[in-house]
Design a protein around this ligand. Structure first.
Ligand SMILES: [Zn+2]
Length: 110
């Protein structure tokens, strides 16, 4: 059996170390509208990355202590929307199937 060194990263939310494969890589993508956080599950996007558990609790912690800006060296305001959706989606699929309730709240006809 070949033993490979498993790279470890620190979660920007709970600050615990974990194998890189268990953490979600996040990069900051900037354009004229500002910076936004983008989940990078394939770990392929260029640039600095922050790492966190794909967990709403770690996400909330990281947002509260502004850990993303520090980890990514971005001083501008970061938009969390896309990342929040990603975290939300991955936590609802692994949690209880609560989609009907969510849909009734969001999918109201205008
Ligand atoms: Zn964490």
């Amino acid at each position: 059996m070949a033993r490979r060194a498993r790279p470890e990263r620190t979660c920007v939310g709970c600050r615990r170390r974990a194998p890189a494969g268990e953490l979600l890589r996040v990069v900051a993508v900037g354009d004229e509208a500002g910076y936004s956080l983008r989940p990078d599950p394939a770990r392929r996007l260029p640039g600095r990355g922050a790492n966190m558990h794909p967990d709403p609790a770690c996400f909330a912690l990281a947002v509260r202590r502004r850990a993303f800006g520090r980890a990514l060296r971005v001083t501008a305001v970061l938009d969390h929307g896309e990342l929040a959706e990603h975290i939300d989606a991955s936590s609802t699929t692994s949690g209880q199937p609560d989609r009907a309730r969510v849909a009734s709240k969001v999918g109201r006809p205008t």
